[in-house]
Ligand binder design. Structure first.
Ligand SMILES: Nc1ncnc2c1ncn2[C@@H]1O[C@H](COP(=O)(O)OP(=O)(O)OP(=O)(O)O)[C@@H](O)[C@H]1O
Ligand SMILES: Nc1nc2c(c(=O)[nH]1)N=C(CO)CN2
Ligand SMILES: [Mg+2]
Length: 224
């Protein structure tokens, strides 16, 4: 997705959360110190069904959806659950707030990690990126892209993984491990999940696809 298209939605995210664009830009500039050009052919998804794994409690019941996909892009701690089940993750998408050691170890093994910079994770970037193997990190921002810090659209780790799959040419997206109405999450997380849901609805509309995970939920998902 081109940045101008994403920016029109990003503006609304910033307003709704009262996040600062300048802080997101500072984070982008910090992560750019570690960013290298990433050869996107490594994650080429043209013709593929991509499982975009969320970290909801249902993931353990949805493992076959991931197992049967051509490629798996996993958000954050979903990576650990899938790895424990013996399911290969092609890309881990994370803002480094839950399991940064998993991300580091993946890069040291040569497995791609998509590391996201935003205004509230600058300390995590400074702490962890020096330990990563930069050749296996694709750095992202939600602000304007610069140098080797990319912006393919998306906000939470999970929906950003879906926008990445779209960018890389995926034919079909499937969604193991997504629980939008998870009663165990706090208010901030619930608000982030609301945005994830809206953004997936926006993406499915743009793609002209039907995401099963949104079945029965589309009313009221238009962007504010
Ligand atoms: N019930 C759920 N709980 C957590 N994550 C979920 C759930 N359902 C879907 N997901 C997706 O899985 C991803 C897991 O990533 P993670 O828990 O690190 O969240 P995050 O996007 O970094 O936000 P936060 O700031 O809350 O950590 C979420 O971003 C979300 O897109
Ligand atoms: N500024 C800011 N940006 C974010 C945040 C956050 O807490 N603050 N959390 C996200 C979840 O992945 C994604 N983007
Ligand atoms: Mg996270």
């Amino acid at each position: 997705m081109d940045y101008d298209t994403w920016n029109s939605v990003y503006e609304r995210v910033l307003t709704d959360f009262d996040f600062s664009r300048e802080a997101d830009e500072r984070a982008r500039d910090r992560i750019s110190e570690y960013a290298r050009p990433f050869d996107r052919d490594r994650l080429d998804a043209r013709g593929d069904t991509v499982a975009v794994a969320g970290a909801g409690p249902s993931l353990s019941d949805d493992l076959d959806l991931a197992r049967d996909a051509d490629r798996v892009f996993a958000a954050s701690t979903a990576t650990d659950i899938l790895a424990d089940a013996g399911i290969r993750v092609d890309a881990m998408v994370t803002d480094l707030d839950k399991n940064p050691a998993t991300a580091r170890d993946r890069t040291l093994r040569g497995d791609p990690v998509v590391a996201h910079a935003h205004g509230d994770n600058i300390p995590a970037i400074a702490e962890w990126l020096p330990e990563f193997d930069a050749d296996h990190v694709l750095c992202t921002t939600q602000a304007e892209p610069r140098d080797s810090v990319y912006d393919f659209g998306g906000f939470t780790d999970g929906d950003r993984a879906a926008f990445l799959a779209d960018e890389l040419g995926a034919t079909e997206l499937v969604f193991p491990g997504w629980d939008f109405d998870d009663p165990t999450v706090d208010a901030m997380k619930a608000k982030k999940l609301d945005w994830a849901e809206r953004l997936l609805y926006w993406l499915e509309t743009r793609r002209g696809e039907t995401f099963d995970v949104l079945d029965g939920r589309r009313d009221g998902l238009e962007l504010p």
